[in-house]
Design a protein around this ligand. Structure first.
Ligand code: C2E
Ligand code: MG
Ligand code: MG
Ligand code: MG
Length: 277
């Protein structure tokens, strides 16, 4: 009977909600300590330039090595941080860390590779963000073209005008700005219309093979054409197979990122594998 079923459903959701809140509570309790104790670490995932057939840069991805020995995935804690505002501290922390990495490469005489940092869309709504980032990067004396800011998606967009201004200011300072996860969630055509971006990152979901292969290929091909017309570079994310790479070559994609080329890795491993003196 209908009444019985709906009650079951409600109590099921209650249970799931309760467990989720518990997790959230644990995350919120430990996040400040975690930041102080350097439990957040930078992993780097290489990006590969298809034309040049060489590495073109890396994306910085946070990893939380919790004091209880577990590694917590960003998929679990980023949404919590976006909700409680801690994301802005984490994003700035990541910029500091990335600047430190680049400073070290420059000091040691390595040929530096540009690194992209994920910045929550919520954070882009802070009218001081461009100045804050500019000041941090200048404190480390890092050439601005070595830093790319990835505008990630997030639950809602409160202040569009500030977002647009932040993008413009960041580019005036000489930083690269990219739209992350394009084609999924909130990263819509509207953003491409309104934001003067350097790079668009096509979401991995677009490359998931369905029964409608031709439809999928048509969407990707035409999205790339549109990005090119807007003078943007195109990065394809979550690329796992040879077939995907071959298709992306034929449609003029510039850069691929994904397990096919390399997984995210600790900084020292990245340096050994990819940096040249
Ligand atoms: P994203 O920025 O779109 O990053 C790409 C995600 O796809 C990463 O997940 C990466 O490990 C994963 N990935 C890369 N290649 C492949 C592949 O070939 N196959 C599959 N299945 N996955 C692949 P990760 O590291 O778990 O990060 C998840 C999301 O968390 C990121 O998505 C980004 O939105 C967010 N994030 C990570 N670090 C930060 C950060 O420092 N600040 C902010 N604001 N968000 C971050
Ligand atoms: Mg990203
Ligand atoms: Mg992405
Ligand atoms: Mg993503």
């Amino acid at each position: 009977n209908i009444k019985g079923n709906s009650e079951e459903i409600i109590s099921y959701f209650d249970d799931v909600t309760r467990r989720r809140l518990l997790k959230e509570e644990e995350i919120e309790k430990s996040m400040n300590e975690a930041l102080k104790n350097e439990e957040f670490q930078v992993y780097l995932q290489p990006k590969y330039a298809l034309q040049e057939e060489t590495i073109s840069g890396a994306e910085a991805l946070v990893r939380w090595f919790s004091s209880n020995g577990s590694v917590i995935s960003p998929g679990l804690f980023i949404p919590v941080f976006e909700k409680n505002g801690f994301i802005t501290e984490l994003d700035l922390y990541m910029i500091h860390k990335v600047c430190g990495i680049l400073r070290n490469w420059l000091d040691k005489g390595y040929k530096p590779l540009p690194i992209s940092v994920n910045i929550s869309r919520l954070h882009f709504a802070n009218e001081h963000l461009a100045d804050i980032i500019n000041e941090i990067v200048d404190n480390y004396v890092i050439p601005h073209d070595l830093i790319e800011l990835e505008l990630t998606e997030s639950a809602f967009l409160q202040n569009k005008e500030t977002l647009i201004n932040t993008v413009i200011r960041l580019r005036q300072y000489g930083f690269m700005v990219s739209m992350d996860d394009f084609g999924a969630g909130y990263s819509s055509l509207n953003s491409l219309k309104d934001l003067p971006l350097d790079i668009v990152k096509l979401d991995g979901e677009l490359f998931r093979i369905t029964d409608e292969v031709e439809r999928g290929l048509t969407v990707i091909r035409n999205t790339i054409t549109m990005a090119k017309d807007l003078h943007m570079q195109v990065v394809a994310e979550c690329i796992e197979t040879r077939d995907q790479v071959e298709f992306l070559c034929t449609v003029g994609c510039d850069i691929i990122q994904g397990y096919y080329y390399a997984k995210p890795m600790p900084v020292d491993q990245f340096e050994k594998q990819y940096l040249l003196l």
